[in-house]
Structure formats: C-alpha cells, structure tokens
Design a protein around this ligand. Structure first.
Ligand code: C2O
Ligand code: CU
Ligand code: CU
Length: 502
C-alpha cells in the first residue's frame, strides 16, 4: 500500500520535472538520438569469426594472512587482435589487453598493488602533466574513498598504489579500469580494463554454470589504422557522440568464434566500450536469459529477446546450447547497428557433445525495495552541454568537472536518497554513481518495478528524458565520483564529486 502511494507520488513529481524539462530548449544542435549509429573512423576490413575467443588469464594472488595480494603493472604491450591485422601496441595491466581477471570471494579482502610504467608520450603539450597519471577504479566496488581510484590520487611514473578491496558486497561481475583525469577515454581505449569477479559461496547451491562454463566477455569497439595501431582522436564529433569504433572485439579479439559444448554457459558480459551501446541478441532467435546485473543476481532469471547494454553496464546471461545439434553456429548479434562489422559480436560454434549440465533455478536471490518515503531527500542533476572556446564540454548542474570543484551533493552516511538525472540533451548518458548499487525508480516519468532492473551502478538517462534512482549511501565517509560513463563525456566534464559525511 505504502509502496503504491510512493510510486504514485514519484510519478507526480516526475511529471512536474518532465514539464520543466520540456520548457528548456535542447542545446544540442541537430540532437542525435542514437549516438551509436556510425563510427569515429574506418578500419581496414577484417573477416569476422576467424580467431578463437581468448579467455583472459586469472591471476593468482599471494596470501598475506586472510588478504589476497595481487601486483599488476600498467605498461605497454603487444597484442595480436585479428589474424590479418599487424600487431597492436596496447596499454594494459601487466601489458595484457584486456587485463587479467581477478577472482575475489565475498568477505575475503583483496589488495591490488598497481604499478605504473606507462609510456610518457601522451603527456606532451599539457601543462597539468601530473594530472594525467593513471588511477585505477574498481567499478561497482564498495570501497574506502582512498581506494576508489579518484584521479586526484593518481600514480606517478614508476610509482605504485595499494588499493584495498574488502569485498563486503553481493557477488557480482565488476571491472577495473583506469580513471585518469581527463584521459580515462584515451587510457581505457588503449586497453586499461579488466574483469573483477566477486564470487559469493552462498550462490554455489544455485547450480549455475561454473568453472569452464562461466566465461567473462568484455565487449569493446575500436578503430584500427592499417598498421594495426588503435586510432583515437578527439574532434567535434567524438567530443559530442563519444569515440565509436567500427570493429567489435570480445576479450581483445576481433569478432571471435568460441567452441561450446551442448549445455548451459554463464557469460559475464561487460560493456567496456568508451561510448557504444549494444543491443545484443542471438541469431537463433532464442532469448538471452539474464541472471545478473551490475550488482549481482536478479531475483529471478529474465528472458530478453534483446539485451541493451550501455557503457559500463554488466549483464550475466545464461545461454543453453543443448537445444542445438552439433555443428550449429549461433551469432551474438548487435542490432543497434545492423551494418557491416558492427553487426556481429562473436559466434558460438556448437562442437562439443553433451557434458554434465545444470538446471537453472526459478529463484536466484531475494529482493527488498529501498525504503523510499515522502521524507526521502531527492536531488536533481541537470545533464547538459555547453560550447566553450576550446569546443563542447559537458556539465552536471552547469558545472564542468574540475578536481577542486565543491561536491555537488553532501549525503549523510547511511541515508537513502533518490537522485534524478534530467537529461537536457539529445544524447544518451549512462550515469554511474561510485560506491553504491542503486534501484531504478522511474524512467521518463514512468514508475518502475526496481526488481526487474536489479541492482545497478550505471543506468542510461535517455535523450531529453530523465531517470530517478534510489540508493543507500553508507559504509564510508569521504568524496566519491558520479559521472556519465560515455568516457569522452566524462573526460569533458560530465562528472562531479559527492561527499558522504557522518
Ligand atoms: Cu567505471 Cu568512475 O567509473
Ligand atoms: Cu565506478
Ligand atoms: Cu554522457
């Protein structure tokens, strides 16, 4: 009953805000509603499905008491990304693209020592040189502010930083990536991202596919030069739409194939692209069975004919290959761009006879709506773009990010708040809040059942629309970031601090 009332109240609030929104002119010239149509350059043509999928290596920690200790070095490396493409110089964790997978266990602390040995070449021509050093963020992690990879705590050349991750949170598919000041797009594009999986031993009893049948898939798009190097450039178009590749890679392989057995698999899909949103679907017409979102398991499995995934969103899906005869090939398609090399993400080749299979349970996890009431603090954040002498920049409440900006919100430790993102542009903005997992309450004035979206840390504010999310801001005090996860928008200012106070 109460929940109903709240929904209705929220619906009314949203309607008011929508009306206010409609009166504001959209400043985006020729507003593009589908920023991911097209690409920011042209790669040499590459034949799809000729290289096998690679599974990033899982690194082994050393044990220091109860703590699992890892060391990773950010450095340049060489990677063969397609049969017909010359070797690519990448920047990677341990020189690998993507970075190795870290497998953590709920409740068991991890320390990652990140050492920086990145080349200095990208620093030429900037006066704020020390600001472009890397920092590493565990996306989706519930961590202390000093461990959150804030760009103000960057790692100088040859230096290192120890990041402490308590893993006191739900089991989930997270990822780690560079978060350098104004250059996150450049750094991530060159390879600085990897998977970080938190395994909850209590999930063992669910009988979900495990081991070799639990596979991380990091999806990214790139533009290649003929010599195999990555092409990345900020110009008027990429400042606006973000950098869009014309070639899709999974785990650092251009449109790979993957030989599968006739059984169920769990795929942990991470959209680690700078700016591209995907609409994933299977060429067989079978739905993708989504079992988890950014913050872990959904209450129950959900069949999705099309799975939308914006930058930084994660989806764990189960695909059952038992229904297909040996020899079947199933393409994981991307339908936001049903042209050319952006059509196919990867291909599953059903080639291994039945192995022992699992049954998918009807219930995956319990769910509780956050206690949102009339007293709940609601904040509004306007997302916009302004033109400056140096080109377009992006704003939150009219502020372009600067390291010393005052926080845009001061939140009491433990408080549940609702945050409304009002998108006054024709672009999609995948909004991400650090530290928390949130529930989606409202999209464009339509009240949502948050449990169908699951726990999220990134969600799209639609073009000329709005979203309202609720979160409990608790655990630590200090400054954290929230921002658009279109990495070019983020680098160009669509980011702000919020502060949690006791
Ligand atoms: Cu995945 Cu602040 O980012
Ligand atoms: Cu994050
Ligand atoms: Cu954006």
């Amino acid at each position: 009953m109460n929940a109903m009332l709240n929904r209705r109240r929220m619906l009314r609030n949203s309607a008011v805000s929508l009306a206010a929104l409609a009166m504001r002119p959209d400043r985006v010239v020729g507003g593009i509603n589908m920023p991911e149509v097209g690409s920011s350059g042209t790669s040499p043509p590459l034949m799809p499905f000729v290289d096998a999928l690679r599974i990033p290596s899982v690194i082994t920690p050393t044990l220091r008491g109860k703590t699992q200790f890892y060391t990773l070095t950010m450095r340049a490396g060489l990677a063969k990304l397609h049969r017909d493409l010359p070797t690519t110089v990448i920047w990677g964790f341990d020189g690998l693209y993507p970075g190795p997978t870290i497998k953590a266990t709920k409740g068991q602390p991890v320390v990652v020592r990140h050492i920086s040995r990145l080349p200095d070449t990208h620093k030429q021509g900037r006066s704020d040189m020390e600001m472009m050093y890397p920092s590493v963020h565990l996306h989706g992690g519930h961590v202390m502010p000093q461990d959150d990879g804030h760009p103000r705590e960057a790692i100088g050349p040859g230096a290192f930083r120890d990041y402490h991750y308590p893993n006191n949170q739900r089991g989930a598919t997270l990822f780690y990536h560079d978060h350098s000041h104004g250059q996150t797009g450049l750094h991530v594009y060159h390879g600085l991202a990897g998977s970080y999986l938190i395994n909850d031993p209590e999930e063992q009893s669910l009988g979900l596919p495990q081991g070799d049948y639990d596979v991380p898939l990091l999806i990214q798009d790139r533009v290649f030069n003929a010599d195999g190097s990555f092409h990345y450039q900020l110009d008027a178009n990429t400042r606006e739409a973000g950098f869009l590749g014309d070639t899709i890679l999974v785990n650092g392989v251009v449109q790979p194939y993957y030989k599968v057995a006739r059984r169920k698999y769990r795929f942990r899909i991470v959209n680690a692209s700078n700016a591209r949103m995907y609409e994933l679907q299977l060429s067989s017409g079978a739905p993708l069975i989504q079992i988890a979102t950014d913050g872990g398991l959904l209450p129950k499995p959900m069949a999705k004919a099309v799975l939308e995934l914006s930058p930084a969103e994660r989806a764990d899906v189960v695909i059952d290959f038992a229904a297909y005869p040996l020899g079947t090939q199933i393409i994981l398609r991307n339908c936001a761009n049903c042209v050319g090399s952006l059509t196919g993400v990867m291909r599953f080749d059903v080639e291994v006879p039945n192995t022992e299979d699992t049954t998918l349970p009807d219930c995956l996890s319990s769910w509780e709506d956050l206690p949102v009431t009339a007293q709940t603090v609601t904040r509004e954040f306007l997302l916009n773009r302004v033109t400056t002498a140096s080109g377009a920049v992006w704003t939150i409440n009219n502020h372009t990010y600067a390291m010393n900006n005052p926080p845009l919100a001061t939140v009491k430790n433990g408080a549940v708040e609702t945050w409304r993102f009002l998108n006054q542009t024709g672009h999609r903005h995948p909004m991400h809040i650090h530290l928390v997992q949130f529930q989606v309450m409202d999209i464009n004035g339509v009240a949502q059942d948050p449990s169908v979206h699951g726990w999220k840390d990134t969600f799209v504010a639609p073009p000329n629309g709005q979203i309202t999310v609720a979160a409990r801001f608790s655990g630590y005090t200090g400054k954290y970031l929230f921002h658009c996860h279109n990495l070019e928008h983020e680098d160009l200012g669509m980011m702000a601090d919020f502060e949690i106070v006791s």
